[in-house]
Write a protein that binds this ligand. Structure first.
Ligand SMILES: Nc1nc2c(c(=O)[nH]1)N[C@H]1C(S)=C(S)[C@@H](COP(=O)(O)O)O[C@H]1N2
Ligand SMILES: [Mo]
Length: 528
């Protein structure tokens, strides 16, 4: 610190510049952290770590609200939120540093510690090196803030206070501008480096040749796809398939280095399987409808795809696993992903004869990264959070008593079969169709039980049977259409399905927590 002259009193301009310095030091911290993280592990990015911690710590209600309000943009909203909060705090720290330089620098370091703690405590973090990006970034940011504020405040001996101020401001702006440029370059370099790492994964996906199925899925029956404008296509294209997960950065797993470990109660040997090991086994292809427990009545988080993979049951039996009903010691399969997600599935369901898959293909292509490349689970009839682990790397046989998977302590049920639902795709709510024949159409699903009947009700009228698309399999949804003779006025259209066991979809309204929403989907239209 300068001792030859005492700092002058801060002016409003000083405060503004100090806030700017705070912002800049925050920016530098993040840029340096990005650079370090790129060299180490892209998933350990401080913003992603803090974001991930925020997602994990957020109350269930808040999370549901975010999914409802922002849908698949929830993660962008979260990251923008984190960055906005950081920016405001950084500016405040700048102003604080003007009063007390060391306190300001210490505050920047404190943020670094928060980021480091978050990074080390991420479920996929396996070493303390994940703390380094945040810490190194924070040291850089703190040093910069200390230096910048010093520039701003210290008058040069022998000059008049006024001239000193303007000279130092010029110095401040010069340092600030050049650091901003350097940090931007560092950040960009970090991103590029991180990109190189994931390029191996991209190459491994681009060059992957999927095996032919020994047991191909039968062609989708011609009548499964109804010709009604506005209806969800029977097969959901990969690019339109809903995505629900907690990953702020989509894991890019290199297929060549990928291994699946199977371990736990009743497993013989120490299986470690490569993708080729899976390709060499009996490969099957199946159409399966996947649904998310967070889907509200009438919501979009459901899709139907043609999956290629191996039967998980075959693989488990090969390594000695028995169902509880056969005297096996484990009743829960806990799947772990490359990003630390844990998903618990009943062993009984996987071994009961249904086509529970370890899937590597989706609609004729390798799994997209967003949907779990290179391998994920898909189990007909169970919600995704209790069955469909993406980026899977580990399968542990255990019990429901011994272990709660990720979502269970967060208020969701440990066991969750998909509930029977029907959705009206067309007409949309508040549509203004012309009087005459109006096709009311959509999809209905009750995976693994099948859909036997769909009925439509206009206002308070009688239930009318809808025409069903041909059944592809019990594990897929079915399209339906009801050709309505619409009369002018405002009308409420309601739909309900009956599953393959004869159970009529319940009218009782329930929210998504703890095991899936129930109730009938309705839309209100104005016929003109
Ligand atoms: N690794 C991992 N797997 C996951 C999840 C996740 O957050 N992480 N989300 C699950 C949930 S809640 C659902 S509904 C399905 C969604 O699969 P999709 O994104 O391919 O549609 O993936 C499941 N598998
Ligand atoms: Mo889900």
């Amino acid at each position: 610190m300068t001792t030859s002259a005492s700092p002058r009193e801060p002016t409003p301009t000083d405060r503004l510049l100090a806030a700017l310095g705070g912002l800049l030091s925050g920016f530098v911290s993040l840029a340096v952290a990005e650079l370090v993280v790129a060299a180490a592990r892209p998933e350990a990015s401080p913003v992603a770590a803090v974001g991930g911690a925020a997602i994990d710590l957020a109350p269930v209600g808040l999370k549901n609200w975010a999914i409802r309000s922002f849908g698949e943009n929830d993660k962008i909203v979260l990251q923008t939120g984190i960055l906005t909060v950081l920016a405001v705090l950084a500016a405040l720290v700048g102003v604080l540093a003007l009063r007390h330089r060391l306190a300001g620098a210490a505050a920047v370091l404190a943020f670094g510690v928060v980021g480091a703690v978050a990074a080390v405590n991420r479920p996929d973090s396996d070493s303390f090196t994940d703390a380094l990006p945040s810490l190194i970034g924070a040291v850089a940011g703190a040093a910069l803030l200390y230096a910048l504020i010093g520039r701003l405040l210290a008058p040069r001996p022998g000059t008049s206070p006024d001239r000193a101020a303007s000279a130092d401001r010029r110095g401040f702006l010069l340092v600030a501008a050049s650091t901003a440029v350097a940090a931007t370059v560092a950040g960009a370099l970090g991103r590029a480096l991180g990109g190189t790492r994931s390029r191996d994964a991209v190459t491994s996906r681009d060059t992957l040749r999927l095996p032919r199925p020994a047991s191909a899925a039968p062609a989708v029956p011609a009548g499964a796809q109804l010709r009604v404008p506005g209806i969800s296509p029977f097969v959901t294209p990969n690019k339109d398939f809903y995505r629900v997960d907690t990953a702020l950065i989509v894991p890019k797993v290199d297929a060549d280095g990928w291994r699946l470990r199977i371990n736990g109660l009743g497993v013989t040997g120490e299986p470690m399987l490569s993708l080729d090991d899976l390709f060499r086994r009996e490969v099957v292809e199946r159409d399966i409808t996947l649904a998310c427990v967070s889907n509200e009545v009438g919501g979009p988080y459901v899709g139907n795809a043609r999956w290629l993979g191996v039967r998980l049951a075959d693989l488990l039996r090969e390594f000695g696993v028995k169902a509880p009903s056969e005297g096996g010691p484990a009743d829960q399969i806990v799947a772990r992903s490359a990003d630390g997600m844990t998903i618990g599935t009943p062993v009984e369901a996987v071994l009961d004869g249904r086509d529970a898959l370890l899937a590597f293909g989706m609609n004729g292509a390798p799994l997209p990264f967003e949907h779990g490349f290179p391998v994920r689970m898909v189990v007909p009839g169970l919600y995704g959070y209790v069955s469909a682990c993406k980026w899977i790397v580990d399968i542990e046989l255990t019990t429901f008593d011994a272990y709660d998977a990720y979502w269970v302590p967060r208020g969701w049920a440990a066991r969750a079969p998909v509930k029977t639902q029907a959705r009206i795709d067309t007409p949309r709510s508040f549509a203004r169709p012309e009087a005459g024949t109006v096709p009311v159409a959509g999809v209905a699903w009750a995976p693994h039980r099948g859909v036997r009947r769909v009925e439509v009700r206009i206002d308070d009228g009688h239930w009318q049977e809808a025409e069903l698309g041909a059944e592809d399999s019990r594990d897929t949804w079915r399209q339906w259409v009801y050709r309505w003779q619409a009369e002018p006025g405002r009308h409420t259209l309601t739909v309900r399905a009956t599953d393959g066991t004869g159970q009529v979809q319940t009218e009782r309204r329930a929210g998504t927590v703890p095991d899936g929403a129930t109730g009938w989907h309705s839309v209100v239209v104005n016929v003109v």
